[in-house]
Design a protein around this ligand. Sequence first.
Ligand SMILES: [Ca+2]
Ligand SMILES: [Ca+2]
Ligand SMILES: [Ca+2]
Ligand SMILES: [Ca+2]
Length: 396
Amino acid sequence: MTRRTSTFAQLGRVGIVDMKVVLLIGAGLALALAGVGTARGDVITVPTMEPAALQAALVDPANPSKLGITSVSIRNGQPMQFGTYSNFNLNPVTIRAGVVLSSGSVQLLGPLPEVLDPNYQPSSPPAAVNSQMDNENDGSTSEFNSYGNSGNHIENFQGSYDVAALTVNFHLATPSQVKFDFIFGSVEYPFYTSSFTDAFLVFLDGTNGNDQIAFDNAGNPVQVGASFAGLTVTNDLNTAFSSPHGLIHHLTTTTQMLSAGNHTLHFEVGDVNDHILDSAVFIANLRLGSGAPGTVPSDDDRRCSPADIAFDDGFPIDDVPGHVNNGINEGDYNCFFAANGFFEQASDGPGARGDFCDIACDDGEPLSASGNCNNSGVNEGDYNCFFNHFFLGCPN
Ligand SMILES: [Ca+2]
Ligand SMILES: [Ca+2]
Ligand SMILES: [Ca+2]
Ligand SMILES: [Ca+2]
């Protein structure tokens, strides 16, 4: 048992909620002390509840297997809890552009300047990721509560709050499996892990418990603390969900074979046990594709290997549409040695972390999203990694 869990047990829910409110007051002070933060690779978010904008962002327009979405609607939630995002591009954690849902506001989800303050308290994050969104009700959904209250699905569950729920209707011309990628992050990590177990649920063709399809090998749905053990990542450079906070490694969910015809997905992210310390999910690339049904760690498959850093025309892989990436080829070589490539980045010291040539730890091992290796920037580790992988081409 962790100290947090025993504290929760001793104080009960009301006691710890009071403590969180007190700590919130401290967050304002931290903000004032930190001042304006440094821009890293801040993810760009655009809050919107406009169905057409959300529908367009759920698929990769360049993917020939993109899902045939027929309509999108807001099932539950408040303005600012929904949006599109892009620029989630700095290594080691990346995901292509898509839709973001939050139990708080999606407006400012880039790296938190406040965490640079040596006195930063991870138990009291700033308002950007710590907001009650529904001021009249709890903001729950019946399916989230029903799912959390049954089968020990969600650890220590007593109720959902500020649930952002998005419904996606789609049509399959032939029997198919459907895939999507996502990253779930929370500022409940690391302080309130296992006591305020914010979660991400995905219901397919219904909202009963057995319609929920995203869970780990132990049967846990995606939640703070008890799912996808060992996949917590704190070295993301794009979002607020980096050290001391965290996110779960890029995951891909694959459905069972679905019949031809119309189907529905409900994506729901919510606070658990109170309104505050928010969690968000970044969802991308709804598509057709085969594979073992389930939810597994994956990589942002824009890259077939660490050396696959560029489009065929030599531009670094990013969210700009209209470029093509056929894997490892001269585009990657030209990009690596471009004027703004390896040699320039190698002179930038730690500032080059996350640049497109920063593909490896200092020892030459590929940057692993599941670990925090020694990576002081762009150096011979990246050079060695690039050539060790470049001549291998794309793995099968
Ligand atoms: Ca909230
Ligand atoms: Ca929360
Ligand atoms: Ca390439
Ligand atoms: Ca490096």
